[in-house]
Design a protein around this ligand. Structure first.
Ligand code: ADP
Length: 650
């Protein structure tokens, strides 16, 4: 028989070292991890058996058994799931496969105490067995392989592990933990029951434990618990989502979330419904509290777990949610889809379309509910001078929408471009910072409620950062007149707003695009003064145009500036400068739109420009500074510096 020694992948060794050397109070999560693996293995068997019922061999009832032996100091977790071939055991139990675990490794700080706490919250899959065991033996046979093709895997959790071929009649996997002296408490029926109830109650297969009964001692010997040879189920053994809501506690929902999401943190909230009608399904959808680090990675797996009549079909079924809700985690269990449904079929199925729409509505409703109870984000209501009584619900949900929005708001915005049917609902959920509010809390409705008499548009500005947006010279006249402007600095803003031109009948207007038109907000006198200035400045504008013809599409006098001499805006019909810049940064073709230079006729610098001996230099500096002010860079920074220095020297 072949015996082989293998080294752990470097990361595994690192993880194992950490697991075994960290003293911490949350040892017990190992059981959750191992039961979860056993349950996954049974799910996989059930799925593969859809095409090959022979895989069930003569044991169609899938289950997990826990057994302990106080004298031998072992705890054994046995499943009759898919099992592992020798190669699979080497691959899966010698490397880190799970992205969640790699993620976790990335977060380790090196500080033992802190890291230990992290493991406690997160769990590290199979390797967590070494928290309580100084040796683990795994015996497994893959379903469908011959009895003499079993494998035994043994390791002390240090540098290497051993594999050998064994004969194993039963399919599936047995994990034997040789308990450390300080972990003998887990060789105890009560303890195991307690842990299963706490962490694994949602597992849909039966978890069995051998019954014990008390036996009095004879001849003055103390009594003891003895095994009866009967097994009993110690979990509820029904899939959590199939239970009525009222029978599931918040803790159980929370544990289930952690089990399916590999998230460290508890969920923000969830929604659980059985949907009946032409398409029947159960949905259990969670909003995470934190964004994964790869939320913006296009290749990132997202989506829900799909079950068909309780049979696990696939992870990351992305067809069940639109992409702008890709942060949602959860489970859909459909009564209508065929068991052999593939990813391709999902894309085309009408049932799936109905489920996706149903999920979308539920998630939006969940967000609306959070927003309503979040004081910072709740839409303005008619002030009646009476302080509202804060309800328990308000208290429970306070701050949650802001938290959600900080993590996922930018993703939600994609919905404006992606989900036309729900565009209005999505728009109502959006929040922005503004020239009057620093926090990202202003809704379009809030804005409208505060609009000035005669104001006809919702004004906004986009920039790379909030600070750049806030300090943009284009806002000067709006500040002077006390008109609020929404400040947008998410990359997606420009693109998303391209699909959303008005809110509730009020057009959205970028303050950086086209000539400033404050409509009725500008009085006659101001308009006249502007026209007169344009007339008086005509010769200067012509000179500027000629000097800057390579850089500027046009040069004109503006009323939008108060303190700054000049600014750049996009031509009325052109692509916005910000969007063109973003496209170029993303390596995409963007039209070479030349901006319009607008000058402030009231500014001292502009006034003395015409008579200046350095007209050329000043004209270019004016342009480049306007570019700098909005977060751009002069085309030729060295030339800019040279010009400024020449002027500084007089
Ligand atoms: P994860 O389960 O998150 O992938 P683990 O480290 O817990 O990470 O397990 C690694 C892999 O080992 C699993 O993905 C699975 O392929 C295999 N494995 C672990 N336990 C079992 C088991 N009881 N039966 C079959 N395969 C298992």
């Amino acid at each position: 028989m072949t015996q082989q020694t293998h080294s752990f992948q470097a990361e595994v060794a690192q993880l194992l070292h950490l697991v075994t050397h960290s003293l911490y109070s949350n040892k017990e999560i190992f059981l959750r991890e191992l039961i979860s693996n056993a349950s996954d293995a049974c799910d996989k068997l059930r799925f593969e058996a859809l095409n090959d019922a022979g895989l069930y061999e003569d044991a169609p009832n899938l289950e997990v058994r826990l057994a302990f032996d106080k004298d031998a100091k072992t705890l054994t977790i046995t499943d009759n799931g898919i099992g592992m071939s020798a190669q699979e055991a080497i691959d899966h139990l010698g490397t880190i496969a799970k992205s969640g675990t790699r993620d976790f490794m990335g977060r380790l700080s090196g500080d033992q105490k802190q890291d230990a706490q992290l493991i406690g919250q997160f769990g590290v899959g199979f390797y967590s067995g070494f928290i309580v065991a100084d040796k683990i033996t795994v015996e497994s046979r893959r379903a469908g392989m011959k009895a003499d093709e079993g494998v035994r895997w043994t390791s002390g959790g240090t540098g290497d592990f051993l594999t050998e071929t064994i004969t194993r009649a039963e399919r599936g996997t047995r994990v034997v933990l040789h308990l450390r002296e300080d972990a003998l408490e887990y060789a105890n029926g009560w303890k195991l029951r307690e842990l299963v109830r706490k962490y694994s109650d949602h597992i849909s297969l039966p978890i069995l434990l051998e019954k014990e009964e008390w036996k009095d001692g004879e001849n003055d010997q103390p009594g003891a618990m003895v095994k009866t040879g009967e097994w009993e189920t110690i979990n509820q053994a029904t899939a959590l989502w199939t239970r009525p809501k009222k029978d599931v506690s918040d803790e159980q929902y929370g544990e289930f979330y952690k089990a399916i999401s590999h998230d460290f943190e508890p969920p923000l909230t969830w929604t659980h419904n059985r949907v009946e009608g032409s398409t029947e399904y159960t949905q259990l959808l969670y909003l995470p509290g934190k964004a994964p680090h790869d939320l913006w990675n296009r290749d990132r797996k997202a989506g829900l777990k799909l079950y068909v009549k309780r049979v696990f079909i696939m992870d990351d079924a992305e067809a069940l949610l639109p992409s702008y809700l890709r942060f949602v985690k959860g489970v859909v269990d459909s009564a209508d889809l065929p068991l052999n449904v593939s990813r391709e079929l999902l894309q085309e199925s009408r049932d799936v379309k109905a489920i996706r729409e149903g999920n979308t509505r539920r998630v939006l409703a969940m967000l609306e509910d959070l927003a309503k109870h979040d004081p910072l984000s709740a839409p303005a209501e008619g002030g009646d001078g009476v302080t509202d009584v804060v309800s328990e619900e308000d208290k429970a949900k306070a701050g949650k929408y802001s938290q959600f929005y900080a993590e996922f708001g930018a993703v939600l915005k994609e919905g404006l471009g992606e989900d036309f049917a729900n565009r209005e609902r999505i728009a109502k959920l959006l929040r922005f910072a503004s020239t009057t509010t620093d926090s990202v809390s202003v809704s379009f409705a809030d804005y409208k409620a505060r609009m000035k008499d005669g104001q006809e548009a919702i004004y906004y500005i986009t920039a790379d950062t909030l600070a750049a947006a806030k300090n943009s010279p284009q806002l000067e006249v709006f500040r002077k007149k006390g008109i609020e402007v929404l400040l947008m600095s998410d990359r997606v803003d420009e693109w998303a707003l391209g699909f959303f031109q008005e809110f509730d009948g009020t057009p959205l207007q970028s303050v950086a695009k086209g000539a400033v038109d404050l409509g009725k907000l500008q009085d006659e006198e101001e308009k006249k003064a502007a026209e007169a200035a344009a007339e008086a400045f005509k010769p200067l504008l012509e000179r500027l145009k000629a000097t800057l013809k390579e850089k500027a599409e046009d040069v004109r006098v503006t009323t939008r500036l108060v303190d700054s001499p000049a600014c750049l805006v996009s031509p009325d019909d052109g692509m916005s400068l910000q969007l063109a810049r973003l496209l170029r940064q993303a390596g995409q073709p963007a039209p070479a739109t030349k901006p319009v230079l607008e000058v402030n006729a009231e500014h001292a610098l502009v006034k003395k420009l015409d008579a200046s001996a350095h007209f050329d230099d000043l004209a270019h500096i004016l342009f480049d500074q306007a570019l700098l002010a909005e977060g751009g860079l002069p085309e030729d920074p060295a030339a800019y510096v040279k010009r400024v220095n020449a002027l500084l020297q007089g």
